[in-house]
Design a protein around this ligand. Sequence first.
Ligand code: FAD
Length: 467
Amino acid sequence: MANYDVIIIGAGPGGYVAAIRAAKNGLKTAVVEQEKRLGGTCLLRGCIPTKALLHAADVLTVVKSAKDIGIDVELKGIDFQKVQKSRSKAIQKSAAGVSYLMKQNNIEVLVGHGELVNEHEVVVHDTTSEKQNHQAQHIIIATGSRPQQLSFLKVDGHQIVTSDEILELTAIPKSLLVLGAGAVGIEFASLFKRLGSSEVTVIEMLNHILPLEDEEVSFELEHALTKRGIKILTKAKLEKAEVVGDEVHAQVALKEGEPQLLKAEMLLVAVGRTPQTQNLGLDNVNIKTDKAGYIEVDEFMRTSVRNIYAIGDIVRTIALAHVASAEGILAADHAAHKHCYPLKYNQMPSAVYAQPEVASVGLSEHAAREAGYDVKVAKFPFAASGKARILGQTEGFIKIVGEQKYGEVLGVHIIGPHATELISEAGVGLRLEITSEELAQVVHAHPTISEVVAEAAHILNGQALHI
Ligand code: FAD
């Protein structure tokens, strides 16, 4: 039986980053992974493949608009097989990169399904049903999540699909229904509409799309997507869906209006994720979970069994890759007895790679008011940015939510070009508890898209410049 300082179960962005950090902290480390390739959902079926496909859609958009600035190109069409090949290549290279990092840091990769035997022991079942037991001082559970399914809706993997299957398509669906208007649903709706699906309809039960974002941003995106021909049904409940020949028929009840029967080639179910705890042996060690199966942790990611940590999508924090990685670093530092600070979840950025992009960090206006702040808000439109005009991408705005007394910036919300990159500057600001006055003093290069950050800060200080 091999002995380690730390064994990590799951090699997604939570697990493999925790492994690297543990090894760098001088701990003898092993990571258990049941898939052939490392990288988890993010790398194999999430962040990387979706953004590879979305990149193709972005290029297509640029090519289509080239003639607006006098570039005469002939668009012959989309070779979707090649688009998919380039997605596979991006995954392949990234997965190989993770394997290389494991070797580089002397991390043992144990291939197979990991199960807890007791609080210091993990059994790894490999594909040939062989099993090997391993011991460790600390264990980090990083087994992630899988697509949530609905009891009344059977996913057949062909016409009724989740994000796992839709990534593997060999042809662009002519029409698509998307159930759920969170980041995943919205990204696929934006992707396939741009790649050529003639009808894309998003069905969302709540009042607006991207329900976690600032309301004004959600409404702006809804407007932008509708302009692009995507049909958005909010306050809409899918009651029934069935495959009828080569179509999916979906019965949708609307809070306002008559029920609708929608027909499409495919239905994407994007209603969230569920924690992956099957055959993990949680009962063998009495690790506490909540009703939905998420593992309960303290501020240092320790479970109810103190030498066992849980990180990433398996815990009820924000289900994003960078959050999983940050939690992995925290758990690995804590296990190495380093001085640690709990994570500040209200400073985690979120990003949606639709067109236009959406990104945010910190409190929405509504959340800031709910939290009791005396709130002030500033908005600067991309239409007033010189660089945005050059790019021909003038949709959207940046919105800064601040508090009156000290001018502290509480939240930044962006919809528009490069929002997903711009948000990092806001993240630094929030981390340093920046005020709008300090933010306005940061001189931004001209002409850049990032100038909108300072422009909005000036507005918050009551000293608007270019508007
Ligand atoms: P995972 O990435 O799910 O990894 C868990 C790993 O554990 C898997 O490799 C699994 O095989 C392995 N495993 C599970 N059980 C066992 C076991 N018992 N033994 C051995 N191995 C096991 N996040 C972003 O930040 N940005 C994005 O743009 C983004 N896009 C996304 C797009 C889609 C379509 C989806 C579905 C998700 C996206 N996410 C994105 C979310 C992101 O993928 C997850 O938050 C992230 O992967 C969670 O990391 P994790 O390490 O907790 O789990």
